[in-house]
Design a protein around this ligand. Structure first.
Ligand SMILES: Nc1ncnc2c1ncn2[C@@H]1O[C@H](COP(=O)(O)OP(=O)(O)OP(=O)(O)O)[C@@H](O)[C@H]1O
Ligand SMILES: [Mg+2]
Length: 232
């Protein structure tokens, strides 16, 4: 897959404003969920998947880092272990390698079938986590994305929540995958600002979702966006 090929593989991005024409299969769509730790991404992704399946769509649910067998192996290198295990540059290369495998083996084939792909985190997480406060690193992430990945979602839902509330939600969950969460409250605030910056820089693709309130309330906000974008 060349980047040029991958750019055109998404036949009609989820950014279109109307539903599919009568009698024709709905267009493939690539939708990503982003936001600080514990904002509710995984919860809301599952809710949207359910609504789309009820509407008769083929839905592929996936996540990053990981999402394909090879990328899941790389995920373990990234999310477990000591907080400064990798240099920021090495980390960016590992994320990019994992993403390339995931795009080639899972995301592109699903989009070619006309499925809706819902991905829990994607390139914006790398931009936010690895680029926070460092313009040179952010430029490296963007350059690698352009040359190695070459595909953007049609719609990115950024779940916006005070990181303190997100950490309180997530702390009720146990697990070893806490290397990024252990980086602290100041870092989480910087992440939120990065997600705001990404939303402002990409107004056609990114939609900031108020992630406060109970899961039903947040799901209703997301459904309204999905309907407006012709996904449902
Ligand atoms: N709207 C909500 N109100 C209260 N609790 C919630 C809400 N949404 C999700 N939760 C709970 O908060 C925790 C974090 O939610 P979830 O795992 O969906 O977040 P996440 O953004 O995927 O987190 P992570 O970045 O760690 O993967 C879970 O225990 C979930 O059940
Ligand atoms: Mg999650």
């Amino acid at each position: 897959m060349s980047p040029a090929e991958s750019r055109t593989a998404e036949s009609s991005p989820a950014g279109s404003t109307s539903g599919s024409p009568p009698g024709r299969a709905p267009a493939a769509a690539f939708v990503t969920f982003e936001g600080v730790d514990g904002a509710g991404k995984s919860t809301q992704l599952a809710r949207l998947a359910e609504a789309l399946r009820e509407a008769g769509r083929e839905v592929v649910v996936t996540r990053e880092p990981g999402g394909s067998p090879g990328a899941e192996e790389i995920r373990r290198l990234l999310v477990e272990g000591e907080a400064h295990r990798w240099s920021p540059e090495t980390e960016i290369l590992l994320f990019t390698a994992a993403r390339r495998d995931h795009v080639e083996r899972v995301i592109q084939p699903a989009l070619r079938r006309g499925a809706v792909v819902l991905c829990d985190r994607f390139a914006d997480s790398t931009r936010a986590y690895q680029g926070a406060g460092d313009a040179a690193r952010r430029a490296l992430v963007d350059r690698l994305h352009e040359t190695i990945i070459g595909i953007e979602p049609g719609l990115t839902l950024i779940l916006d929540l005070d990181p303190a509330d997100g950490l309180a939600r997530a702390s009720e969950r146990a697990g070893a995958e806490d290397r990024f969460e252990r980086k602290g409250a100041g870092f989480q605030q910087a992440l939120r600002r990065e997600f705001h910056r990404l939303a402002e820089a990409n107004p056609g693709r990114c939609v900031l979702i108020d992630a406060t309130g109970d899961p039903d309330t947040v799901a209703a906000r997301i459904l309204a966006v999905a309907e407006a974008r012709g996904l449902l």
